[in-house]
Write a protein that binds this ligand. Structure first.
Ligand code: OVM
Length: 403
């Protein structure tokens, strides 16, 4: 007997429009087929849809590296569309060095210092929206809230000036599309990005960053010799890459969750201290970053199945977050759940370095809503913005009933 276990193959394209629009049936097929699957349209990769394997791959950063890219493209053979991120697309020891600086700048202590400003902007925004909605109008959860808020508070904290900040949305859309195949979504994003790249790099320069902001603090780390002055602008670029489109969709998706689960919103309205768990549960239930890849550095195994050296491993974060092996009643948005162990923000050494800021944004926006708004209801059909990596809404018409 010398049976080599084989990896099941599914004829699924995770980047087909149907699957991007409604990924959940695909996730179930992938999880049910096995702990690791192959996908016919992408013969060189393996995919994991269950929580245990996604978590195991993320936890073994020495075998499953990030330096060959965390998208579909393998940087060993394909040129990245931009210079590699010094943190996202890096492995130790470089990653350790850059991560130390970014985690200090984004630490819980730093978050305490921005908390008052973030709270005030959230309260003012909600006040405006309630007025707008009370005068018979509807509001768009995306354009009037989920985009407006992060575009104000986060670049303020980084120290970016007020002009043309919508460029950050275009840039985020491009980065997250670039982690998928070279399809029409990527082509459109790449076109829109051309004039934006120069703007981004210009705003990574020290002279264009407010002294004392997160961006300037990166340059202070260069002054002290912790990183080089050549590395500093690329690390600021990570703020501008990862800090906006992620939280825009985190906020958009929690508004969607609450509007479609009025009983859960009623609980939040009755007890605003549920703001943090309500946001956390939305990260699990409708994960903004649906997928990330790793690359196997050697012949290895996942769940006892052979994975050859240099294989791209597609980790289905959003699927892991609804794996019934891990979560009871996983398709239910339940703000009473404490979804510890969800992988919406990754896991292991690459786990979201900005997570304290992301959670602050979720908390203060939901707290302001809970206090001021009695009901949040859909006021028409929502539309989706398809992206190769992000679960994103384009529009979310809402009616807000004042408390
Ligand atoms: C970066 C970067 C870009 C996109 C996402 C991300 C989720 C990081 O440039 O470092 O983390």
């Amino acid at each position: 007997m010398n049976e080599t276990p084989t990896i099941p193959e599914l004829d699924i394209d995770p980047y087909a429009a149907d699957n991007l629009t409604d990924p959940y049936p695909m996730h179930e097929r992938m999880r049910e087929a096995g702990p690791v699957v192959r996908l016919t349209p992408y013969p060189s990769l393996v995919a994991c849809g269950r929580h245990a394997e996604v978590h195991a791959v993320f936890s073994d950063h020495a075998t499953f590296i990030s330096g060959a890219g965390v998208g579909l493209a393998n940087f060993n053979t394909e040129t990245p569309f931009r210079p590699k991120s010094l943190i996202l697309e890096a492995d130790p020891p470089l990653h350790t060095q850059t991560r130390t600086v970014l985690s200090r700048v984004l630490s819980p202590k730093a978050v305490m210092q921005i908390r008052a400003a973030f709270t005030e902007v959230a309260e003012q925004m909600v006040e405006r929206l309630v007025d707008q909605s009370a005068n018979g109008g509807t509001v768009c959860g995306i354009h009037d809230l989920a985009q407006i808020y992060p575009l104000k508070v986060f670049p303020d904290a980084v120290g970016v000036g007020p002009d043309a900040r919508e460029n950050l949305l275009v840039y985020g859309d491009m980065i997250f599309n670039s982690m998928g195949p070279r399809n029409a979504l990527l082509a459109r994003a790449a076109e829109r990005m051309v004039p934006v790249t120069a703007w981004i790099m210009e705003h990574c320069k020290r002279e264009n960053l407010r002294p004392g902001g997160f961006g300037d603090q990166i340059y202070q780390a260069a002054d002290s010799g912790e990183i080089t002055h050549e590395q500093a602008p690329l690390l600021v670029r990570s703020f501008l890459s990862a800090g906006v489109d992620t939280t825009v969709n985190g906020l958009g998706n929690v508004l969607f969750a609450l509007a479609h689960n009025p009983g859960e919103y009623a609980k939040l309205h009755a007890d605003a201290t549920l703001a943090r768990p309500a946001f956390e549960e939305a990260l699990r239930w409708e994960s903004p970053a649906q997928t990330f890849f790793r690359t196997a550095v050697r012949d290895c195994e996942i769940a006892g199945l052979p994975v050859p050296e240099n294989t791209k491993v597609l980790c289905m974060l959003a699927s892991a977050n609804r794996d019934p092996r891990k979560w009871p009643d996983p398709d239910r948005y339940d703000i009473g759940r404490r979804p510890t162990g969800h992988v919406a923000l990754g896991a292991g050494i690459h786990g979201c370095v900005g997570q304290a800021v992301a959670r602050l944004e979720g908390e203060v926006v939901l707290t302001a809503l809970a206090k001021r708004v009695k009901r949040i209801e859909p006021a028409g059909a929502h539309t989706r913005r398809l992206n190769n990596t992000l679960r994103a809404l384009e529009t979310l018409p809402l009616r807000l009933t004042p408390a």
